[in-house]
Design a protein around this ligand. Sequence first.
Ligand code: ARG
Length: 266
Amino acid sequence: MKKFITLILALALLCAPACLVSCGNDDANTLTMATNAAFPPYEFIEDGDYAGIDVEIAQEIAKKLDMKLEIVDTEFDSIIGGVVSGKYDMGMAGMTVTEDRLENVNFTSTYATGIQVVIVNEDSEYTSYEDFYTGFDEEGNPKGVKENITIGVQQGTTGDIYSSSKPKDWGFGEKNVKRYKTGAEAIMALQAGKVTCVIIDNEPAKSFVAANKGLKILDTSYTEEDYAIAIAKDNDKLLHKVNKALEELIADGTVQKIIDKYIPAE
Ligand code: ARG
């Protein structure tokens, strides 16, 4: 009998580590956030760790939900697909709410706003994106794009979507847009003279211009947009929980405090 009990105990001990991994509800307690961490001040890597406005807001949300935050750094244009398929619980990446994205995912309340701006080299002859057009029709809409104009964007972002639309819709046409995996790569292409400008969100634009010599942001801004967290359409429960936590964090000033930490008032 004693032997039998010892055997059972030994078996139980052997099983324990496996059970910790597979029998616990680890998954239910982890909040997986997909982002693209090359987008300061919203998300970036600092001293080997994730930092930024989105990262800190997500940490506060996870804390409220009593969950462990897990951040996955991936390409921006794969975030929505991963959220839809259930690979990630949420997408948080300075992500703009757009009609098209709303067809595939739900968004929480807005926690920040962004503006698309145009970055050029300091010695650029252009003072506004309107200078990129050949002229305007009677209604004031652009007729076409000047030769040799190339717009650098991060693939799949709103900067990409708007720039790729037709000139009459205030885009620059698919063929005049060059897409890069990150905003940082687009900036490198601008410095190397491979593109005429980079169209990107204003706060990352400011960070890139501050960190790189010889660049400037044009005064005319392109579009205004709202940032929110993307959650799968079939995950209403999580949407509700995250939204409640986010709204509390907005109401008690936590979100503003985090934003002020990364974007000091001018
Ligand atoms: N706001 C823009 C968009 O939603 C750009 C976001 C890019 N974010 C990033 N983490 N790289 O398309």
